[in-house]
Design a protein around this ligand. Sequence first.
Ligand code: ZN
Length: 217
Amino acid sequence: MRILLFGPPGAGKGTQGKILAISERIPHISTGEILRDCVERQTPVGKIAEPFLAQGKYLPDDVMLEVIKERLLDHSAANGFILDGFPRTVGQALSLDKLLKELKQPIDSAVYLKLDKGTIMERLLHRETCHECGLSYGPRRTSKKPGVCDADGGILEKRKDDTHDLILSRNKEYLEKTPPVLDYYMARNKLVEIDGSQAASEIANKISKSLVAMELE
Ligand code: ZN
């Protein structure tokens, strides 16, 4: 299965990506996580990415494509993947299609988690993420012990870009650039739209049902 995950920051892509990775036995590839890791380690890509991430802006297409290409060519992605955070523009979607055509691995499904601005703000302002396993906590899921991950005891921390102003600019950037990408996958009968305000388990259920339906087509 090759799945794309769409949705504004805060829609639960990280959570769903992790659930799907287990049920489908394929890696969850979050470009945001890859880039934040590159910045932390100050790799060449990290140095390019840093000022963009600091402003809540997208990276240039050619840089993103290189990052993606390298990750998708890794053997761990040979049986499929869940891609979260890419493509973000129609240009990127076209490049991705071209790359996957070369690899003979077309996209099976593009899942869009829809969520309104008020809910996004509320979720992200209260979001805390485990430093060890990346699990997210927030208004809908609180940890048993404040500041500590239930799964592994890791420290929970706020993401640097989860501030009021950066949430707004990330959401604005999203709303400006993503609708044409969703149209692109809709026109190819790959788009599945799901209400992101539901419980995580409910969303996961609906995604797996849609994947079965896609497979039967
Ligand atoms: Zn954890």
